[in-house]
Design a protein around this ligand. Structure first.
Ligand code: PMP
Ligand code: GLN
Length: 389
């Protein structure tokens, strides 16, 4: 199934990180921070190992972490979820997505995503044997926005799942309440379940506000919400994620999850439980968002000086930059040559599109760069990119 989808090759992130390592280029490809999360949370994990949290945790995740996830949803968004039946701890958001699609979609079903889309969505939809349909996000003066007519047209009576992602990788778009209301209205009319990937929920800038689709009227009943400690606390390697939503849907996801990894992250679960429930880490996360917003400006301004056209992101770690003004009309070709031309690595946006789709054609000359790197690293990258002029 994955071969048919073209997904047997290494992921674009692995390929580009290997290229950065072999050429000594500055790696602005794969999105992972070069500074770890809070020391107190690291100490909590070390303490958990010392205290003997080293065997299989419970299948749904340890109770304090499920309670902390429920508390987080309540505190930030006013969402009431039952930690015992409506929360499942997963091996990162990746497993939550995979188990959800495998549990809820199959042959004959359509799974609708935004396009561009995070690469694992296409792979797990293929694994489930379902059909992948998309609605494009298009660049404009106020960032990448959902094309409403295309969204309406993408819904059919076979649409079983709609996978949203806000804040959005790779475009940095934060979906507006109006955009989400239209999705909600269409999903309800077609009786589709909404799966919302909110791993960048706290990484929003300027006046943008993250609106969880589960908070819209009537939507909590048909929405599964996914997030992860990787992005919120800069511990991407710990792979602690979670999903919350209606008990029968969470149970279906748990059924699949138990045969994927069963469980994971025994000592990391109590550490993230501490992080999610703690005022100091709320402060830490706000500081991360503020510093990321400054780093976004540093990279966007530098890309513009180097000659790229940039759509400024409202959230996430990523900016989409267009090489066309510099004479590069193929982002994938540019990414392969960028280490030699400028000593920098990015990821072509075509890694997040389907070959030949309208979004693929529209974004052909674009490259995604990450700004979740130290300022000195970003300055070095920006200096190097000046060589492209
Ligand atoms: N969804 C999106 C949109 C992502 O960017 C990522 C990767 N960072 C993931 C899911 C996977 O998250 P995790 O590392 O928690 O599996
Ligand atoms: N989510 C990260 C990105 O988009 C990478 C995660 C991965 O390598 N699978 O860059």
């Amino acid at each position: 199934l994955l071969a048919a989808d073209g997904s047997t090759r290494p992921t674009i992130f692995a390929e580009m990180s290997a290229l950065a390592a072999s050429t000594g280029a500055v790696n602005l490809g794969q999105g992972f921070p070069d500074v770890d999360g809070p020391d107190a949370v690291k100490r909590a994990a070390i303490q958990a190992i010392a205290d003997g949290h080293n065997q299989y945790p419970p299948g749904s995740g340890i109770a304090p972490l499920r309670a902390a996830v429920a508390g987080h949803q309540q505190r930030y968004y006013g969402l009431e979820v039952d930690p015992d039946t409506e929360v499942l701890i997963t091996t990162g958001a990746t497993e939550a997505l995979a188990a959800t699609v495998l549990a809820l979609a199959g042959p004959g079903d359509e799974v609708l995503t935004l396009e561009p889309f995070y690469d694992s969505y296409a792979a797990v939809i293929a694994l489930a044997g379902a059909r992948h349909t998309t609605a494009p996000l298009s660049p404009g003066a106020d960032g990448f926005r959902l094309d409403q007519a295309a969204l309406r047209a993408a819904f059919t009576d076979r649409t079983r799942l709609v996978i949203l992602n806000t804040p959005h990788n790779p475009t940095g778009a934060v979906l507006t309440r109006a955009e989400l209301e239209l999705v909600a209205q269409l999903a309800t009319a077609h009786d589709a379940i909404v799966v919302t990937d909110e791993v960048y929920e706290h990484l929003v800038f300027d006046s943008a506000t993250h609106v969880p689709v589960a908070t819209l009227p009537g939507m909590a009943d048909r929405t599964l919400t996914i997030s992860s400690a990787g992005k919120t606390f800069s511990f991407t390697g710990w792979k602690i994620g979670w999903i919350s939503g209606p008990a029968p849907l969470v149970e279906a996801v748990r059924t699949v999850k138990q045969f994927l990894t069963y469980v994971s992250g025994a000592p990391f679960q109590p550490a993230i439980a501490v992080a999610l429930a703690d005022d100091d880490s709320d402060t830490w996360v706000r500081g991360l968002a503020a510093s990321l917003s400054a780093r976004r400006d540093l990279l966007c301004n530098g890309l513009e000086r180097a000659g790229f056209a940039v759509v400024r992101p409202q959230g996430t770690y990523f900016v989409v930059a267009d090489g066309a003004p510099l004479g590069f009309d193929d982002g994938a070709a540019l990414c392969r040559r960028l280490p030699e031309l400028a000593g920098v690595v990015g990821v072509p946006v075509s890694a997040f599109t389907r070959a030949g789709s309208p979004a693929d054609v529209a974004l052909r000359s674009t490259v995604r760069f990450t700004f979740v790197k130290r300022e000195s690293v970003l300055r070095e990258a920006v200096d190097r990119l000046g060589a492209l002029r």
